[in-house]
Ligand binder design. Structure first.
Ligand code: NAP
Ligand code: G4F
Length: 361
């Protein structure tokens, strides 16, 4: 059988790193595009790059999804059997500040790859587009499936809406095997530090170990359907293994608030909090703590405050996915529940904070 060759854009990101592991375990040759950066940006994939086992199977190339010619040339040289387009300016709040850049990368990025596949006549190449539950924005149905109408609420979501439709359009116009994975939020210890879950797991560990006093958050009433990125990476691969190219929702079907996430992380640390105040005056105060854990906090410390700075001009308040189609056709079953996800992230961030303390001692 011919070897499968994958090309991943966004390989240095959270999902790119897990997907590379999934594909290498399935004996693929994996090529990834990384950006030139003034500081190291390969932390999430260094363990793969440095593993001798993958020396002839894992290749990195400099490139940027906004550079059409580079994208075309890379695809022409690699001749991938599967392309996973994960590259994105993926931070929703930031997209309000840099909307044009976000659109160039997220919307036209997908088009550039599809055009390369079309113009190079790569009839056998399959294309995966990293679509997002942000497309649902102002939700039109209680739980969101492939047939729920979209109503994007940010420049990020609008850019991903273009990418969604251009993927579908190239599938229908040019018969390209192209699919959208409409993935709901997925987190992990490799999640970027400015996304809310990671901000909380890292922030609370820093407080517990005495590096910070207080963590500032935005809309703590926001509700999300949070899964584990490792599980979702496997689904990205599965979506491209089907006979017919189709779009799929991937979600856990369970929903929690940011506030709940904070409470569970505190519980993990052995801290009991009480919420007091309203609106931007709301805060979390320590009411009890496990003295055996030797935490660097005490009763009555305020460890969470709400700050206007982290509110968005418009926010997606409420998301919960209906992934029945993926369950039926792809055998999708969410593996990691919220408690396991929190435990894994909290343990990993404790280690990270302890290492940084050691480093600067
Ligand atoms: P991430 O951690 O922010 O990773 C984004 C990746 O894109 C990074 O490798 C980044 O490179 C790269 N990138 C950014 N701008 C680029 C450019 N101009 N050219 C080339 N590469 C560029 O995001 P993620 O959580 O892994 O998400 C992966 C994809 O899924 C994204 O498209 C995201 O929008 C989408 N998505 C994510 C979720 C989620 O909950 N995680 C849900 C739905 C959809 P650097 O490392 O150099 O910054
Ligand atoms: O963690 P978030 O920044 O993720 P968000 O906006 O849901 O976007 C993520 O998931 C999408 C899938 O639905 C992806 F497409 C996208 O690329 C990204 O991966 O924020 C989650 C919620 C928001 O409602 C936000 O307002 O948490 C709220 N929040 C409250 N305080 C905060 C904060 N978000 C951040 N980032 N920082 C805060 O301090």
């Amino acid at each position: 059988m011919k070897k499968k060759i994958a090309f991943i854009t966004g390989i240095t990101g959270q999902d790119g790193s897990y997907l590379a592991e999934v594909l290498l375990n399935k004996n693929y040759i994996v090529h990834g595009m990384k950006r030139k950066s003034s500081s190291f940006n390969t932390e999430r994939i260094d363990h793969i790059y440095e593993n001798k086992k993958y020396k002839k199977k894992f290749f990195l190339h400099y490139g940027d999804i906004s550079d059409s010619l580079r994208v075309l040339n890379l695809i022409n040289t690699i001749k991938p059997t599967e392309i996973y387009n994960l590259a994105a300016q993926s931070h929703v709040a930031t997209s309000f500040e840099i909307p044009e850049y976000t659109s160039d990368v997220n919307a036209l990025g997908a088009l550039r790859i599809l055009e390369a596949i079309r113009s190079l006549k790569l009839k056998k190449t399959r294309f995966y587009q990293a679509s997002s539950s942000e497309l649902y924005g102002k939700i039109q149905e209680k739980s969101q499936s492939e047939s729920t109408p979209f109503y994007p609420l940010s420049p990020y979501a609008v850019s991903k809406l273009y990418a969604f439709w251009i993927t579908k359009n190239y599938r229908e116009s040019f018969n390209i095997y192209a699919c959208n994975g409409i993935l709901f939020n997925h987190e992990s210890p490799r999640r970027g530090e400015t996304f809310v879950t990671r901000k909380i797991t890292l922030g609370l560990n820093r407080i517990a170990l005495g590096l910070d006093k207080c963590l500032y958050l935005g809309n703590i009433y926001s509700l999300r359907d949070w899964g584990h990125a490792r599980d979702y990476a496997l689904m990205q691969w599965k979506i491209l293994q089907q006979k017919k190219p189709e779009d799929y929702v991937v979600a856990t079907g369970k929903q929690y608030s940011v506030k709940f996430f904070v409470e569970r992380c505190c519980k993990f640390l052995g801290i009991k909090i009480k919420w007091v105040g309203k609106g931007t005056n709301e805060k979390a105060v320590i009411v009890d703590l496990d003295i055996k854990k030797k935490l660097k906090v005490k009763k009555n410390d305020v460890i969470i405050r709400v700050s206007k700075q982290y509110f968005r001009p418009l926010d997606v308040k409420n998301l919960i996915g209906n992934s029945k189609k993926a369950q039926k056709k792809l055998g999708w079953k969410p593996k990691t529940n919220i408690e396991d996800l929190i435990r894994e992230m909290m343990v990993s961030d404790r280690k990270e904070v302890l290492n940084s303390i050691k480093k600067y001692k």
